[in-house]
Design a protein around this ligand. Structure first.
Ligand SMILES: O=C(O)CCC(=O)C(=O)O
Length: 234
């Protein structure tokens, strides 16, 4: 990894590795996924096959799809030794085998889930950082297919990895802003935080400090959102 990429990760809590995987590595994964969605009678030929799946609230649909749909060899195809080496470099630890972690999870959303919004999202972290100054882990997100803006990509709050070290009042201002703001990007910017959408091209990878607040988002596009993620705890 370039020193500028490591510096970006430290400053903002994430780094985008554009074109990390070749599209041809992802094509069989994408095809298996589409075959599986068809076999499960969820989605085929650009159409929803099930009113139950289509009518489900957006975030419930994402979590149910990630358990219902299985793709063999996902971890080996996506979490390659090269990617693990980059994770290890950021985490400052020896590269672990992903099986020592929680495996690789699909992040899928059907198209046209509704109107894209920054209201009512589920901002969260997956692990507690103890002490707050120490990186608890690195989460990798892989784009299996192109994901357009407002196409359901994970959203992250760049800069929020420093929140644990903020004075209480400042941290409370962030929590209040997330609950009540009517202009979230501007109000967050005033706190030194930026919303970043993990949209991009098939093969792009994002590596995220696990202290960053993040959330699923609504897929308002006409395309399936196909991503996968793996968490590497320090
Ligand atoms: O993009 C998504 O669906 C949500 C990802 C997420 O919240 C997570 O991996 O913890």
């Amino acid at each position: 990894m370039q020193p500028a990429q490591v510096d970006h990760f430290k400053a903002h809590g994430y780094v985008r590795l554009a074109g990390f995987h070749a599209r041809k590595r992802l094509a069989p994964v994408r095809q298996q996924l589409l075959d599986e969605l068809k076999r499960l009678r969820i989605w085929a030929a650009g159409k929803s096959l099930s009113s139950a799946w289509k009518g489900m609230p957006a975030f419930q649909q994402i979590s149910k799809l990630s358990t219902a749909v299985k793709v063999s060899g996902l971890q080996q195809a996506l979490m390659t030794p090269e990617l693990l080496a980059d994770v290890a470099e950021l985490a400052g630890l020896a590269a672990r085998s992903p099986s020592a972690n929680q495996g690789t999870q699909l992040l899928l959303s059907l198209p046209r889930q509704g109107t894209w919004t920054l209201q009512g999202l589920n901002w969260h972290v997956d692990v507690r950082a103890d002490p707050p100054q120490k990186l608890p882990g690195v989460q990798a997100f892989v784009l299996i297919d192109d994901v357009v803006p407002q196409g359901g990509a994970t959203l992250v709050l760049a800069g929020s990895h420093h929140v644990g070290a903020w004075p209480d009042q400042h941290a409370q201002a962030l929590r209040d802003t997330l609950k009540t703001s009517t202009d979230l990007p501007a109000d967050l910017r005033a706190l030194g935080i930026e919303i970043v959408e993990m949209s991009g091209s098939a093969g792009d990878v994002f590596l995220m400090d696990m202290r960053l607040l993040h959330t699923p988002s609504v897929n308002a596009s006409n395309h399936l959102r196909m991503m996968a993620t793996s968490r590497f705890l320090c």
